[in-house]
Design a protein around this ligand. Structure first.
Ligand code: UDP
Length: 328
């Protein structure tokens, strides 16, 4: 149909990007999906290729981005996002957050589109206040291993605000906290797929440090709803979207052992450099501005996610190669 609104989603073949594609298709948008497939996987969106209101560009947004025709919205979700990924491809991570964002802001300006940028709780670094409100400036080590991601995302917020202030561009910034659900990569190194993969293979669960560090896990459907509402709000400053239900990594490991019905043990491995000790979103703003709060409990969300991982081909579950290339 000619009068569908047109949205460009970058990182469309990734975990969050693919769920966003599904949501915008469901809302009857014309979805233009873009991904360079370094960490994304076409299987996440292959069910959409048959649709007339879906198209896919295999492109790296760190290079000049061109999309023919009208564009009403841009959602920039292209970026490695797990520590394993961004430690292995640090330069690409810096480029997609900086050059990639610059390209998309330029495109948005040319098309008079509204742009929503995926930022992250990592901009708070190893936070000294808990929970983290949007006003907190963070505690980031710029030259540590996580600096490539954290600083790229901080730059991304700065340039987005500059385009908003100086060019009057309509911009939105979502700060995404730990999110999980179907289509996460089993081998992306993040704690949830790592623990579930280990349980499914009958291995010990690798807890880093003594497991006293905390995270707060949000189910993907809740996150997507928050992003959708933010895009259509009129608020240009950053908004935290995440689930404030905080848990230690040790307790989380114990929950996974219970969920999977295995009698695996937790073993302790060295804590990675600059691993944040605590993380929990203050979601007062999201509640007040968007009327949003998470609905899916960890018990419900973990069950759905476990069933998804269990349904993967056995070869994939056995495949433990923690490389960022998920295809050759
Ligand atoms: N973690 C762990 N075992 C693993 C992978 C991660 O104990 O096999 C810990 C990690 O040290 C961190 C937390 O789990 O404290 C969450 O790590 P993840 O990589 O999922 O994301 P982060 O929140 O650190 O970006």
């Amino acid at each position: 149909m000619a009068n569908r609104k047109r949205v460009l989603i970058t990182g469309a073949a990734g975990f969050l990007g693919s769920h966003l594609c599904d949501r915008f298709i469901k809302e009857d948008f014309h979805v233009i999906a873009m991904d360079n497939l370094i960490t994304g996987d076409l299987r996440n969106i292959e069910h959409l290729f048959k649709l007339e209101n879906f198209e896919f560009y295999h492109h790296d947004v760190s290079k000049f981005v061109y999309v023919p025709g009208e564009l009403h919205y841009i959602l920039h979700f292209a970026s490695p996002a797990s520590p394993i990924d961004y430690l292995r491809i640090p330069i690409q991570t810096l480029k997609v957050g900086s050059l990639g964002t610059h390209n998309l802001l330029g495109l948005a300006r040319g098309k008079k589109a509204r742009v929503l940028i995926a930022s992250t709780s990592e901009i708070y670094g190893d936070p000294t206040v808990n929970p983290q409100p949007e006003e907190y400036w963070g505690n980031v080590n710029p030259i540590g291993p996580r600096g490539v991601y954290d600083e790229a995302k901080r730059f991304q917020e700065a340039i987005t605000m500059a385009y908003h202030t100086f060019h009057g561009l309509e911009t939105r910034i979502v700060r995404i906290f730990n999110t999980y659900g179907p289509r996460m990569r089993l081998n992306d190194g993040r704690v949830l797929p790592a623990f579930i993969g280990q349980a499914l293979r009958g291995e010990s669960l690798t807890m880093f440090g003594n497991g006293s560090q905390t995270r707060s896990f949000c189910y993907v459907d809740d996150l997507i709803e928050g992003i959708y509402r933010l895009l259509f709000s009129d608020y240009a400053l950053p908004v935290n979207i995440g689930n404030p239900d905080e848990i230690t990594i040790r307790e989380f490991g114990e929950e996974i052992i219970k969920l999977t019905g295995t009698d695996q043990k937790l073993i302790s491995l060295p804590l990675p450099t600059d691993d944040p000790k605590q993380r929990r979103p203050d979601i007062t703003k999201a509640k007040e501005l968007l009327g949003w709060e998470p609905k899916v409990s960890r018990a419900e969300g973990l069950k759905i996610t476990y069933d998804y991982f269990k349904s993967l081909p056995k070869t994939e579950i056995e495949h433990k190669d923690f490389t960022y290339f998920n295809k050759k």
